[in-house]
Write a protein that binds this ligand. Structure first.
Ligand code: PMP
Length: 355
């Protein structure tokens, strides 16, 4: 608390980082990082970009990165905005498209930062209930609103909506921005990027943190028609540079270009995910159908927070959310095949009452 704060700051809760413990080494299945590491080409590009050239400001329009991202989706560079992680890009989008409009809509079980950005920017919002199995029903989003935010696949459930349903949502709300957060789309879902030419109200946001294994670099991007991209450019808070530095630009550009590494590692993550789901189901867990690099699982006979604590004692970290509707569930990130097997073995031991 400080007398120097603006009134809006008093209502904001600082994020308490509890998911990145220091010291002890854990099998870390709690923050949806990719176990396979960044593309070797990206690592080499970053090493090359990090020398004497760092004395110079980066490319003020991030031309190469925006061009290669655009090419990957069959779009021009003028359809691409890049920022420091998709969190920054999402924050800019909230500021650019949702301030001073009606309430924005998002699911009652979804990425927990959406209400945080709403509070930061004074944006009213309404949470729309999913059904008991956490499915999003597009018909529930009908009616006037200031915008719609859809995490697709959703987090932390992992469930994806088919593109036809995303399109229904876009048609339902032609006069406000429909923001589709595709942080996990590369693990089996369909991207709405293919709909951009058809819908001037569609903004797709993706990240290099998950399928490109670059969570530490902080690069995310938005795709949309140029008028939406220009809205984001007007919000970004630097006059003489893009939000991304030279190392991030070089690494991200090479990571997008290295299609082979991307395909190979995401296929492994999806295969390991499905094997881990099978292992948990065999132990009696209910596991939601996941199109992401994590599973959302619940055991009918055991308290989720207790399971998390017991796993932690065995050196494995997973994630639990306290909010009412999902308190019986654990979110488990997909690690290497060995890590996934270790998780299933540890769960088996816990359920059997063994140390
Ligand atoms: N959207 C969703 C749904 C997420 O789960 C995350 C990761 N926490 C993000 C966006 C942000 O990812 P990043 O800032 O690393 O790009």
């Amino acid at each position: 608390m400080s007398r120097f704060w603006s009134p809006a700051v008093h209502g904001l809760e600082p994020y308490v980082p509890g998911e990145q413990p220091k010291g002890q080494s854990f099998i870390k299945l709690n923050t949806n990082e990719n176990p396979y590491g960044p593309s070797p080409r990206a690592l080499a590009a970053m090493a090359g970009a990090g020398g004497e050239a760092l004395r110079l400001y980066p490319d003020p329009v991030a031309a190469d990165l925006r061009r290669v991202i655009g090419e990957a989706f069959g779009l021009g560079a003028d359809h691409v905005f890049a920022g420091n992680g998709s969190d920054e890009v999402l924050g800019h989008a909230f500021a650019a498209f949702f301030r001073d409009k009606g309430p924005v809509l998002f699911a009652d079980v979804t990425y927990s930062f959406y209400p945080v950005w709403c509070d930061l920017h004074g944006i009213p919002y309404r949470r729309v209930a999913t059904d008991a199995d956490f499915n999003i029903e597009v018909a529930d989003y009908a009616g006037p609103c200031g915008g719609v935010i859809l995490a697709n696949p959703n987090a932390p459930t992992g469930i994806a909506l088919p593109l036809s349903e995303v399109e229904r949502l876009l048609r339902q709300h032609p006069d406000v921005v429909v923001l589709v957060d595709e942080a996990y789309v590369d693990f089996g879902a369909e991207s709405a990027a293919s709909l951009i030419a058809k819908y001037d109200n569609l903004l797709v946001v993706q990240t290099l943190s998950k399928s490109r294994s670059l969570a530490g670099l902080r690069v995310g991007f938005a795709l949309g028609q140029p008028h939406l991209i220009e809205g984001l450019v007007r919000i970004k808070d630097s006059f003489n540079s893009y939000p991304l530095g030279r190392v991030a630009l070089a690494g991200a550009t090479a990571a997008i270009e290295d299609r082979a590494w991307f395909e190979q590692t995401r296929a492994r993550v999806m295969a390991d995910r499905d094997a881990m789901a099978g292992g948990l189901q065999a132990l009696g867990f209910k596991v939601l159908p996941s199109q992401t690099n994590f599973l959302f699982a619940s055991h009918p006979g055991r308290d989720a927070a207790d399971l998390l604590a017991e796993l932690r004692q065995r050196g494995i970290l997973v994630r639990h959310f306290r909010s009412e509707k999902i308190r019986d569930w654990l979110r488990i990130s997909v690690g290497t095949a060995e890590e996934c097997q270790a998780l299933v073995t540890a769960m088996g031991g816990i359920l059997a009452g063994k140390d």
